[in-house]
Write a protein that binds this ligand. Structure first.
Ligand SMILES: Nc1ncnc2c1ncn2[C@@H]1O[C@H](COP(=O)(O)OP(=O)(O)O)[C@@H](O)[C@H]1O
Ligand SMILES: [Mg+2]
Length: 200
């Protein structure tokens, strides 16, 4: 989102500036084409605004290492608000999250798990949980509703593959299975990183 905002935003601002200059030049020659240039300027300006909104939508939370927990809390609240299912985030003890990539990948894994639970599982209750011991931490998203299907069905979409890929980026592993009482459990185990050993 940020990248999109920066690169496209820069380009559009440049184009907007150039058409403004063109408009002034045409105006100074009393050319009626000036009003065309003015229209282009205003259209580009609208597009700049839309690109900014889009970039925000793709990355609404400005996630970094310091705010994963409130972001997950907000994700749960938004899920309840949008879909009417119960969605809670639980994290009883502090979990060492100290880099942006870790925060973003965990957030996206939780987000996809929730989307799947609602869309495919028709879940009414979702629990996001973050726990850790000395060496590793686990993000789990437990949902009720329909059972997570057999292996063949998993290859239908990109979501599960991307979740798996994200787990790999943070040196973790992802396990998705049917819950003991049905529904789905998505669990991502990842090693803790600290100041002395930051995993490279
Ligand atoms: N929580 C879930 N409950 C039931 N089925 C699920 C769940 N998550 C995933 N699935 C099944 O696995 C398939 C692949 O999921 P995914 O890779 O996220 O792709 P998509 O969501 O685009 O269909 C889904 O189409 C669905 O059949
Ligand atoms: Mg999906």
């Amino acid at each position: 989102g940020q990248e999109l905002h920066d690169s496209i935003g820069q380009q559009l601002t440049g184009i907007e500036f150039m058409t403004e200059v063109l408009e002034q030049k045409l105006n100074s020659k009393s050319l009626t084409e000036a009003s065309y240039a003015a229209k282009i300027t205003s259209l580009v300006s609208q597009t700049t605004g839309q690109a900014r909104d889009l970039a925000k939508g793709l990355d609404p939370l400005d996630l970094d290492a310091s705010n994963l927990l409130p972001a997950l809390d907000a994700l749960a609240a938004t899920t309840e608000h949008l879909f009417g299912s119960s969605c809670r985030f639980k994290c009883d003890k502090p979990v060492p999250i100290n880099d942006t990539s870790l925060a973003i990948n965990l957030f996206r894994i939780a987000q996809e798990a929730i989307t799947n639970a609602i869309r495919h599982g028709k879940a009414k209750n979702i629990l996001i949980e973050l726990v850790s011991n000395t060496y590793e931490s686990i993000l789990t998203v437990k949902s009720d509703g329909l059972d997570f299907p057999d292996v063949q069905d998993r290859n239908k979409g990109m979501g599960l593959k991307i979740m798996d890929y994200r787990a790999g980026i943070i040196d973790g592993s992802l396990n998705i299975r049917k819950g003991a009482d049905g529904g789905t459990i998505v669990a991502c185990v990842f090693p803790n990183r600290n100041a002395n050993h930051n995993g490279g």
